[in-house]
Design a protein around this ligand. Sequence first.
Ligand code: INI
Length: 162
Amino acid sequence: MPRIHDGAAPPDPEHGPAAELRFAVVVSRFNDFVTAKLLDGCLDHLLASGASDDDIDVYWVPGAFEIPLVAQTCAQSGRFDAVICLGAVIQGETDHYRLVVDEAARGIARVGLDTGVPCIFEVLATQTVALAVARAGGEAGNKGEEAAQAAIETIRVLRTIT
Ligand code: INI
């Protein structure tokens, strides 16, 4: 049988899969009626998975465009096992939103690859406010929770390699 590594946590009722892991959450203030809910979902999931408040730092930035630089500084600091990036880019009347989300995606991906620290991309890019709200604790779930789970699993799968 091959060895399968998927980062899915074995049940650990005492500690949880995120115990003793350290997280930076970088969240943009632009569209904060959406991003604050993503943050709530993310923090709830980290804490429910065994992370402690002392091991989580939240950094607010003005907009999604500013996320990569702050994420990079977090990743390079050596203080975090993963950086979780949360934002909401909603289509406006111009193409500005497309430039913002493309640069956020490119920058966040680069931070992970350049530093080796998992850098989770949860910048919503939607055509309408309603679609963003639905993904931030509405009928389509909370993408902030999914981001937290992605961070935990990515840390764990990397640790099976190194
Ligand atoms: N920032 C966002 O996070 N979401 C958006 O929808 C958005 N739009 O559409 O303009 C946005 N713009 C601001 C941008 O992220 C920077 O903060 C700004 O350009 C200053 O660098």
